[in-house]
Design a binder for this molecule. Structure first.
Ligand code: BGP
Length: 480
């Protein structure tokens, strides 16, 4: 298997999000977020988004793995693996419980002071996402989330408070997690998590229009935050964060190739705006043709130009294959309709295609498109783990998956010359799945004793992958 040493200072580590591991959902003044009204689902059963918290339902994020009270022990375990960086998010509702509060909540700010100090004690660099699927529920209800321009101010206030408070303890930031997920505007979960928009009673066209408007306000909010952040500390590195999936035509036919290009254009514009500060022609033409995004001002366009990002952070889980037999390239709106099964790839127990070469392809595409440093801030395999009688967990499937992906990443750096800041695989410690709310969909090197029904004693233990990843970091990627 191909391997190569990564450059000095390469940020090996792992990534999580506040709502998926902290728990303590109503502790120390924290308010309710959109993640707090999502029930547990499964591989086949979507999570329900309820209107507030309803007694008797199982909301897995309420207690999660109680990282809020276990973070010292958990960071210590990550330090034992040799982590150089740890990505998490700042729960917006710990800082502004309702989102539209005038003053921040000191207890929430203090929690992150302590968490970041613990990271630094072990030489671990925090990498912080500001908005990771956890918009205050009050903003969802009262303002219809990011479809309302007022959300720009609320987000910017939140970002500014964080930049000022953690000016000297955080250097790496990202604004909106996987902002491009909402290109699947028909998916209620993705619209709620990205933009705090609950769309149930809208027509398809209205949904798509709402998405373009909400995404525009988010992009303006992000640009303003980048601008302010750089003033507060010129050393800040502030990136965007997208869910990148290289698109493969199912066949070499022109229709399939064009459809693959169209699909890419309908997703990549979010990061185009983040990086170039302007909308690409294809999207301008599309939204004009459809009469979408009524509210964009000249001032917005200036702001977008002034707040471009320093790097492109992205998650990579799988590629996407599309077929023009499913949809005509000129009539592509609902992206999910274009997707075909790639017959050459295997799938996880949750149906996610496994495509390690797709990671190298992604790194090349993004480098060619943006000429910016890249940062892999999520990658990994969600799988069922079996605890043996002696407590050990032999997760060789996870090691295999990661070996292959890291090997492709190393080719991209060494052979293709990609400028890559680091590798932060998803969920180094088991946590609540965003998509399904399950605990049994596990990504961790560290096992947490808790299951989908919420049972377990929360004990942490090392899986076989723990020692393997430690060795990878120790050798800076040479020994896979
Ligand atoms: C990404 C999200 C994460 C994370 C991951 C894995 O889309 O940024 O929050 O959870 O996917 O997905 P899941 O938890 O559904 O397995």
């Amino acid at each position: 298997m191909y391997s190569a040493k990564m450059p000095d200072g390469f940020l090996w580590g792992g990534a999580v999000a506040a709502h998926q591991l902290e728990g303590a959902w109503d502790v120390d003044g924290k308010g309710m977020s959109v993640a707090d009204v999502m029930t547990v689902g499964s591989a086949t059963q979507p999570r329900e988004i309820t209107d507030g918290v309803i007694a008797g339902k199982n909301y897995p994020n309420h207690s999660a793995i109680d990282f809020y009270h276990h973070y010292e022990e958990d960071i210590k375990l990550m330090a034992e693996m040799g982590f150089k960086a740890f990505r998490t998010s700042i729960a917006w509702t710990r800082i502004f419980p309702n989102g539209d509060d005038e003053q921040p909540n000191e207890a929430g700010l203090k929690f992150y002071d302590d968490l970041f100090a613990t990271c630094h004690q072990y030489g671990i660099e925090p990498v912080i996402t500001l908005s990771h699927f956890e918009i205050p529920f009050n903003l969802v209800k009262k303002y219809r989330g990011f479809t309302n321009r007022k959300l720009i101010d609320f987000f910017v206030r939140f970002a500014t408070v964080c930049f000022e408070r953690y000016r000297d303890s955080v250097k790496y930031w990202m604004t909106f997690n996987e902002i491009d997920n909402q290109s699947s505007y028909n998916n209620d979960f993705l619209m709620a998590t990205n933009s705090g928009v609950i769309l149930d009673k809208l027509t398809d066209q209205e949904k798509e229009a709402a998405m373009y408007q909400a995404a525009h306000y988010e992009l303006v909010a992000s640009a303003l935050a980048v601008k302010i952040g750089h003033k507060i500390n010129p050393d800040f590195q502030i990136g965007c964060m997208i869910n990148y999936s290289p698109v493969r035509p199912l066949t070499p036919s022109s229709d399939d190739v064009l459809l693959a290009d169209k699909y890419e254009q309908r997703r990549a514009w979010f990061s185009d705006v983040h990086v170039f500060g302007e909308y690409p022609n294809e999207v301008e033409a599309y939204i004009t043709r459809n009469g979408y995004r009524p509210d964009i001002t000249d001032e917005d366009r200036v702001v977008l130009k002034e707040g471009t990002v320093d790097y492109v952070g992205f998650s990579y889980y799988q590629s996407t294959t599309v077929s023009a037999e499913k949809v005509n390239p000129d009539q592509l709106n609902d992206l999910e309709k274009a997707v075909a099964v790639n017959p050459t790839l295997e799938r996880s127990d949750w149906g996610w295609e496994i495509d390690p070469e797709g990671l190298r392809i992604s790194l090349n595409h993004l480098t060619d498109r943006y000429h910016k440093p890249l940062f892999i801030v999520e990658n990994g395999l969600g799988a069922y783990d079996k605890v043996e009688a002696d407590g050990s967990i032999h997760d060789d499937y996870r090691v295999d998956y990661m070996k292959q992906h890291i090997s492709e990443m190393e080719k991209a750096v060494e052979i293709d010359g990609v400028d890559l800041m680091g590798y932060l695989p998803w969920g180094p410690i088991d946590l609540v799945s965003a998509g399904t709310g399950q605990m049994d969909k596990r990504y961790g090197f560290i096992y947490v004793d808790k299951n989908d029904a919420g049972e377990g004693n929360l004990m942490r233990s090392r899986k076989d992958s723990f020692d393997w990843y430690k060795k990878v970091i120790q050798t800076n990627g040479l020994d896979l």
